[in-house]
Write a protein that binds this ligand. Structure first.
Ligand code: SF4
Length: 258
């Protein structure tokens, strides 16, 4: 699609909303991919997810959450034991440090509870704005936009923003969509980035957003691009884009999403 350099703000908002609707259809299964059952577990899982796949984090957390059910448990954790439990997620010394300090800060300042306000969350060790928005959106039902690497790459490919600073991106994209949609929109964009619009070889030829995307052609445009799709719904995604689902190899369906 050729997007004119003079696209009006209204035109951009309309295109953004169309992209939002196409994403809703493409990814009905979008959700927070970090397993958790409360705000503390989500905060911990998000800290562990730095430089690590969500799948690996989800392998580690069941045991961790049983061993450390409260903020006080992290605050008083035996460092060596905690390090051993989270070692598979990488950077385990730094992450152990963050978890212990997070536990201590929650106990000292918030009575052991994770606060439900952005301004409070970002003062906590290991919690930046991105993590805070994940926690707000998924544990407190407060709409939040999560600008991670996938989100940033995709909204730039769609030319919905020219900003490169995550906070400015968050505000610009937020202004294009109703607030109540922010959390699910973030999940859907991240799903699309992990399954279709990859950093190096996006599956343009099998992407349902092709007609709305000014970066169509960044990846291969022939139907065989379907082999680049990933995840359990890869064949559904191909079919939705009008491509033969049989072009999606079995490994792609079983593939771990990044
Ligand atoms: S058309 Fe290509 S660049 Fe655009 S969203 Fe789809 S995969 Fe990404």
């Amino acid at each position: 699609m050729t997007i004119s350099s003079t696209e009006t703000d209204l035109g951009r908002t309309r295109r953004a909303r169309r992209i939002g609707r196409a994403l809703t259809e493409a990814h009905p299964d979008a959700h927070c991919e970090l397993d958790h059952s409360n705000a503390l577990e989500l905060a911990v899982a998000t800290i562990l997810s730095a430089q690590c796949t969500d799948k690996k984090v989800n392998e580690v957390t069941p045991k961790l959450f049983v061993r450390y059910p409260t903020a006080a448990d992290y605050a008083g954790a035996d460092r060596a034991e905690l390090e051993e439990l989270i070692r598979p997620t990488g950077f385990y010394r730094n992450k152990t440090d963050s978890l212990i300090k997070l536990g201590q800060a929650l106990v000292e300042r918030y009575d052991g509870r994770v606060p439900g306000r952005l301004a409070d969350l970002v003062t906590l060790p290991g919690i930046g704005r991105k993590t805070a928005n994940v926690i707000l959106g998924n544990a407190f039902d407060v709409p939040g936009i999560t600008v991670d690497t996938h989100f940033q790459r995709l909204v730039q490919r769609w030319k919905l923003t020219a900003q490169t600073d995550p906070v400015k991106i968050e505000h610009e994209i937020g202004a294009l969509f109703p607030k109540r949609e922010w959390t699910m929109l973030s999940h859907r964009i991240i799903f699309h980035g992990r399954r279709v619009c990859h950093a190096r070889k996006p599956a343009c030829g099998a992407c349902t957003l092709a007609k709305l995307c000014p970066s169509y052609g960044t990846g291969p445009t022939e139907p065989a691009a379907a082999k680049l799709l990933k995840g359990p719904r890869a064949r559904d995604l191909a079919a939705a884009a009008g491509v033969d689902p049989e072009l999606v190899p079995r490994q792609a369906v079983a593939a771990e999403v990044p």
